[in-house]
Design a protein around this ligand. Sequence first.
Ligand SMILES: [Zn+2]
Length: 119
Amino acid sequence: MSQNSDGPTPPDGLPDSLVAELGDLSLEDLRRTIVHAQELLQHQADAPSLIELNPGENVIRIEEQDGYTEVVKTVPCAEGCEDCPHGPYLYHVTEEQRPEGGTHTHWTLIGEVAPEEDD
Ligand SMILES: [Zn+2]
């Protein structure tokens, strides 16, 4: 006997705790949840999505500035390098309109920055 035999099967990857909570909601609460989830989706869609990382890169800081996004990240160079990852480096990231449509992300390396101290 499956414990989901009397209800819809939740999507793969949805946390069990969330499934359990949703299952306990009233119809009204479920509708509110959908509304809120849609608002969250919309909010995330509005956020800048231009920051794409290559494998092995590690973002230390992202800050929206006027006209560009400031990104501090460490980058790896080659397998077997004992000093990897390198940096952190400061980049200014701008999104440029392509003449043919769409946008192009332009990274400008400003320079190496001192590692942030955790204390
Ligand atoms: Zn290296």
